[in-house]
Ligand binder design. Sequence first.
Ligand code: MN
Length: 129
Amino acid sequence: MSKTKALIIEDHPDNMVLIGRLLEKSGYQTLCAFTGLEGCEMARQEKPDFIILDVQLPDIDGMEVLCRIRAELGKEIPVIAMTGNALAADRERMMAAGCDCYIEKPIDTQRIISQIRYVIGEADERGLC
Ligand code: MN
């Protein structure tokens, strides 16, 4: 059986390494994109099983990435949005645009795994999305 494929869209190299290692350790195959446009392109080409999406990106922001992915690929791929900006309005905007889970940085490593397992349907526990 092939591994569950994750796409991480994150411009900060340290966060990319941290999340990438965490996901690989948890048995996921990881793909990395450092810009929003690169992320959209990889989502189209690779059809990942889920996406971890940073909201603050250098080119198009996470909101735009999410809208493009939903417009082009539908609702199939779960998206976990991630931000250092804990504004309730941003969370509502992202949830309304179709993200499945919205989490704040710094990343809680145990919690993000339970959130991933929930959005991809491997766990019943919601994991505080
Ligand atoms: Mn960022």
